[in-house]
Design a protein around this ligand. Structure first.
Ligand code: CDP
Ligand code: MG
Length: 149
């Protein structure tokens, strides 16, 4: 099994499209391993989007992803699940995303493109550790800092 991080971004929650988006991924055959409605703070946004720091759109991206709650989820499936998810999401600019993809069917502009999916196995591992440290590879399960017991 392989896991990847999916974020239904603030625009998806605001527009009531979380069920539609997760429903498509589940209908394809992927399974939810974790899911949480979370208002992402600036520090977490900075860690998640570290690769984009310094780019012209970075400040607007952090403002967007922190403006209201997101639905953060881990999806699992066969090898290359990250690639399956990315192909279902479609191109970053919805104008380049074909009909049948999430962005191609439901989004209009790059700044509000509804959903994030990890772009490879290393990104998936890093991003899952940002949002769900207890699920990260190497996590022991019991007795860690996230343990409520
Ligand atoms: O999300 P994806 O991996 O397809 O794209 P990215 O290149 O990793 O960019 C991350 C996010 O930054 C995008 O999904 C957009 O929300 C935002 N972005 C933007 O607002 N303007 C751009 N020119 C590029 C990205
Ligand atoms: Mg990306």
């Amino acid at each position: 099994m392989e896991r990847t991080l999916v974020i239904c971004k603030p625009d998806a929650v605001e527009r009531g499209l979380v069920g539609e988006i997760l429903g498509r991924l589940e209908a394809r055959g992927l399974r939810l391993a974790a899911a949480e409605l979370r208002h992402i703070d600036a520090e977490t946004a900075g860690r998640h989007y570290a690769e984009h720091e310094g780019k012209p759109f970075y400040a607007a991206l952090v403002a967007f992803i922190t403006r209201s709650p997101s639905l953060v989820a881990v999806l699992e499936g066969p090898p290359e699940t990250w690639k399956l998810v990315r192909s279902m999401i479609g191109a970053t600019n919805p104008a380049d995303a074909p009909p049948g993809t999430i962005r191609g069917d439901l989004a209009l502009v790059t700044t509000e493109n509804l959903v994030h999916g990890s772009d490879g196995p290393a990104a998936a591992e890093r991003e899952i550790a940002v949002f769900f440290p207890a699920l990260a590879e190497g996590a022991t399960g019991a007795g860690g800092p996230g343990d409520l017991a």
